[in-house]
Write a protein that binds this ligand. Structure first.
Ligand code: SF4
Length: 643
């Protein structure tokens, strides 16, 4: 059987996989030793990918209600309902909710249909939940959503700071690369996280800060660097705009003692971190959900970037702020404009961009303003303002916050389409039409990982039943809505060329995101495409994607904590190493279930004792938004007063 080079379906590390199909649908999975993200390593989820390619629970035929239907009938119905709703209530009465599980080509077509032809920007993605703060922070600081780091920087750094990231569990191969570099060159590792996670076990220092105080911690670090005379004044003068009053705002309340008190960390540990940082030019600050997934997310991102800009630790080997993505193709989604707040190819809704993209697409009805973001989108569905919704490759009934309200919205939606690989998900049970999508191993296209490395996902299994790739399904609906020529795709390579073409169209180096070598890539070139990283070492010349070429420091202040006296405990959330994406796929692997068999509520002994809780008990956790039952784990890895 032929070995196929492809990419892991799970996290944003984007590891290369060698898949060797065997009898039936069996497949042998190993790490690809030549892939630059993992060099042959795989974590437990990647290793057990072969256990999740069976047909158990698959959606194999289009379904209208609970009846099988032909593709023609189902696609006609979707096109007709969307067209009718738009004709009656306008383009903003429909929406797509998509996913970082889609391939770039799928994402591109869905975004083009919604923003260029339907005429609304009501397309948002589940990646909104995990990294839209990083997108907004990057745009504020750099003028473009560019992650200015490569994995190699983790190996070239002398200090790696992990903020709000349980990297050992959530990005295991990136963590292994850090550990290998530590063994080789003695890199120091600092973890900043309220919880003592598995990532802290090997760390040189763990700062268990009070949740939500990251801005104070980073502003304090910046003030410390300034007091120590370690700002990069040349870089600041040449490459960075500093808003009026920026430094004065750091004068008050950012001494070591005040910051230690605000963050509730020992002053001696804080001083150690600040000293290590100031004395180590090669520092990478890697962050993920603990920073991004917060009402203060964007400010927290900019507080980190500010420190790197002011000390010139960007665009140089081993020195960068590094937001690591959650899903395999969160980054590809960002490149095509899969967020309601961006247009396409790293362009925003400035009139010149709208006009440019419209011209490139020969679009009939370009949207001119941002659309509804995930949480607002489901609110609008619940209020009946969005009447037709298409959910692709995601399970918002479980994964969005305030899930009960999301379920209510789905139940009230006049017309809900779900395209997925799984027949019965918590979301698809509300669907009027279910469309069977191709799964990992069957679909073909590209993904972009956290370090802007584009890799091919390749098919090595036949499409089962009547399943079809997402780009095909969306294109078919678009054609039936009257846009035959604009969606006349017959293969992903064709979409890839168009996407690459848009990235370079009238782009006179204003946008770093550009794929110039790919606009004319033939089908055979696409077929054999090796992984490549766009952007080189971003901002190496000290020039950013703003009009004057300068990055911007952003004034951010620590907000006062929300006081909820009636609630005695603070709830924080994390995730387990071996499960993924509401378990719709990883839940199929018995071996992955061995790691953790059920979700736990972790409680500090000093909080467990007065509540009469022991290890293994059941406890009901009640919040302002709902209640849930968990098995108790009593552990000192939680801060007191937090669960
Ligand atoms: Fe897959 Fe992420 Fe594990 Fe790599 S680290 S094998 S991409 S889940």
């Amino acid at each position: 059987m032929t070995q196929v080079r492809t990419t892991c379906a799970y996290c944003g590390v984007g590891c290369g996989v060698l898949a060797t199909p065997g009898e039936g649908r069996s497949v042998k999975i190993t790490g690809d030793p030549d892939h630059p993200a993992n060099f042959g390593r795989l974590c437990s989820k990647g290793t057990h990918l072969g256990e999740t390619v069976g047909l158990e629970g698959r959606l194999l035929h289009p379904m209208i209600g609970n009846r099988c239907a032909s593709w023609d009938k189902a696609l006609d119905l979707v096109a007709r309902k969307f067209a009718k709703t738009i004709a009656k209530h306008g383009p903003d009465s429909v929406a797509f909710y998509v996913s970082g599980q889609l391939l770039t080509e799928d994402y591109y077509v869905a975004n083009k249909l919604m923003k260029g032809f339907i005429g609304s920007a009501n397309i948002d993605t589940n990646s909104r939940l995990c990294m839209s703060s990083a997108v907004a922070g990057n745009i504020r600081a750099f003028g473009e959503d560019v992650v200015p780091a490569n994995y190699e920087d983790l190996e070239l750094a002398d200090l790696v700071v992990l903020v709000g990231s349980n990297t050992a569990w959530c990005h295991p191969i990136a963590y292994q690369r850090i550990q290998a570099a530590r063994a080789e060159r003695g890199t120091k590792l600092v973890v900043i996280d309220p919880r003592r996670t598995e990532t802290c076990e090997e760390a040189d220092l763990h700062l268990a800060l009070k949740p939500g105080t990251d801005v104070a911690l980073m502003n304090g670090l910046l003030a410390h660097c300034r007091r120590a005379g370690l700002l990069d004044e040349d870089f600041l003068a040449r490459s960075v705009s500093t808003p009026a009053g920026f430094w004065e705002a750091l004068d008050d309340g950012h001494d070591l003692w005040t910051v230690a008190k605000t963050c509730d960390v020992p002053p001696v540990d804080l001083a150690t971190f600040y000293d290590w940082f100031t004395s180590t030019p090669r520092t990478v600050t890697l962050f993920s959900q603990g920073i991004n997934q917060s009402i203060r997310g964007t400010d927290q991102v900019n507080a980190i970037i500010n420190v790197h800009l002011a000390t010139g630790r960007i665009g140089r080997p081993g020195a960068a702020p590094f937001s690591i993505t959650g899903q395999p193709n969160a980054m590809g989604g960002r490149e095509v404009g899969g967020l309601a707040s961006t247009l396409a190819a790293h362009m925003d809704f400035a009139p010149a961009n709208v006009e440019r993209v419209g011209r490139y697409w020969a679009a009939e009805r370009m949207c001119t303003k941002p659309g509804l973001k995930a949480v607002d989108l489901f609110r609008a569905v619940r209020k009946g303002e969005v009447k037709a919704l298409w959910v692709m490759a995601t399970n918002p009934a479980v994964s969005l916050p305030n899930a009960a309200r999301v379920r209510d919205a789905l139940a009230k939606c006049e017309f809900l389409v779900v395209s997925d690989v799984i027949a019965e998900t918590d979301t698809s049970r509300y669907a009027h039409v279910r469309l069977p999508a191709a799964a990992w191993g069957e679909k073909d296209g590209t993904v972009t990982n956290s370090e802007r490395l584009v890799s091919r996902q390749r098919a090595f299994l036949p499409l089962p039943g009547e399943a079809k790739p997402d780009w095909w399904i969306v294109s078919q609906v678009a054609r039936r809505m009257g846009w035959r020529d604009a969606f006349a795709y017959d293969r992903p390579a064709q979409i890839w060329r168009e996407h690459a073409g848009l990235s370079t169209y009238e782009n006179k180096a204003e946008r770093l995101f550009a794929l110039p070598g790919h606009t004319g890539a033939g089908n055979d070139v696409y077929e054999t495409m090796a992984p490549f990283r766009w952007g080189g070492r971003p901002f190496a010349g000290g020039r950013f994607s703003t009009r004057d070429g300068k990055a911007g420091l952003v004034r951010v202040q620590q907000m006062a904590p929300v006081s909820r006296r009636e609630w005695p405990l603070n709830l924080n959330t994390g995730r387990y190493r071996d499960q993924w994406h509401t378990m719709t796929r990883t839940g199929l692997s018995p071996k992955l279930a061995r790691h953790r068999q059920e979700p736990l509520v972790e409680v500090h002994p000093a909080d467990a004792e007065p509540a009469g809780l022991n290890n293994g008990d059941l406890a009901q956790v009640v919040t302002a938004n709902g209640a849930s039952l968990f098995r108790v784990a009593v552990t000192e890895s939680q801060r007191r007063g937090e669960i």
